[in-house]
Design a binder for this molecule. Structure first.
Ligand SMILES: C[S@@+](CC[C@H](N)C(=O)[O-])C[C@H]1O[C@@H](n2cnc3c(N)ncnc32)[C@H](O)[C@@H]1O
Length: 307
């Protein structure tokens, strides 16, 4: 998660994992404000290169400023990390030394009220990371059936009260603003003391759905493995258990040979392991980092190395 005014999440750990070197080629698939990217460029001076991607034009503009001193060594594109293979082909980079993915929304996005990510501010129900997303949170809230909404809030928000919330949303719609949505959620799931705000999980669920976050992670991981040179590293920071599970399962599966795939897995063929897990257990921020940047508290870093 991004960072300004804080240091990027798990900054030292990311740089340590990637061991950037002069002459190396690196990808930051989630540029944000460019904090991790700057660290990679500094550590790979004088001539390490970096490809930086973000779907959000505002993030890209911010990163362009942060990275101005390294202009000669960067290639930035407003594009999804799901287009990683195509982006590498365009640069004629056949293998890179390291790839970083720092998933989810940035502090800049959370803290820009009109983007609609935060239930603390009133704004249109948007929640798109970038203009290429096909639908806004308002589209989902107003168009899905009660059943679809309940499933979405349950699956992506891990919200136990999903049915109640979906029913209340359907009764109250059309809903256009974050404040309207928060009021509907609070009407069936009142605030209790200092526990997490009752809208937290529903907002998370809508954001994940609007930006197709989980499908995007599944799409990029195989491309990342293909794009790395042998010994190159893939480092992924996730912020909730659904993302982390995808990364963990992928790393685990691809660090084993698959011999005699079970009959039911008709799409699987025998394959050799392509990865070595560097972290069996994820790395998490220190207490000090969490104190300085409470948004870092749920971060989990996993590292894998291409065989
Ligand atoms: C947590 S922030 C990254 C912060 C960054 N590491 C830094 O140091 O400032 C995540 C960024 O990923 C971007 N993002 C989310 N999904 C994306 C995707 N599919 N492709 C490219 N960027 C994406 C978001 O727009 C956001 O700017």
């Amino acid at each position: 998660m991004n960072d300004s005014p804080h240091q990027p999440v798990l900054y030292k750990e990311i740089i340590h994992a990637l061991q950037p070197r002069s002459g190396g080629r690196y990808v930051d698939g989630t540029l944000g404000a460019g904090g991790h990217a700057r660290g990679i460029l500094e550590a790979s001076a004088p001539d390490g290169q970096l490809l930086g991607l973000d779907v959000d034009p505002q993030a890209l503009a911010l990163a362009r400023k942060t990275l101005a001193p390294y202009e000669q060594r960067i290639h930035l594109a407003q594009a999804s990390y799901t287009s990683l293979s195509a982006q590498l082909a365009q640069l004629q980079w056949d293998a890179v030394d390291g790839i970083v993915l720092d998933l989810g929304a940035s502090s800049m996005q959370f803290d820009t009220p009109e983007r609609g990510f935060s239930f603390m501010h009133d704004a249109p129900l948007d929640m798109r990371f970038g203009p290429s997303a096909l639908q806004t949170a308002a589209d989902l809230v107003n168009k899905l059936s009660e059943r679809e909404l309940a499933d979405l809030i349950y699956q992506y928000g891990e919200e136990r009260e999903s049915r109640k919330i979906a029913r209340a949303i359907v009764r109250a719609r059309p809903l256009q603003t974050t404040r309207e949505l928060v009021a509907v959620i609070e009407s069936v799931s009142p605030r209790r003391g200092d526990r997490v705000h009752p809208a937290t999980r529903t907002f998370q669920a809508l954001r994940i759905a609007v930006n197709e976050e989980l499908a995007s992670i599944e799409e990029v991981l195989p491309q990342a493995v293909t794009g790395l040179r042998s010994g190159g590293r893939l480092v992924v920071i996730s912020f909730h258990s659904l993302e982390d599970r995808i990364v963990k399962d992928f790393f685990r599966e691809h660090s084993k040979d698959l011999i005699n795939p079970p009959y039911e897995q008709i799409y699987e063929v025998e394959r050799k392991a392509t990865l070595k897990e560097v972290t069996r257990k994820p790395i998490t921020p220190s207490d000090e980092e969490i104190k300085n940047n409470p948004r870092a508290r749920s971060a989990k870093l996993r590292i894998a190395e291409k065989l």
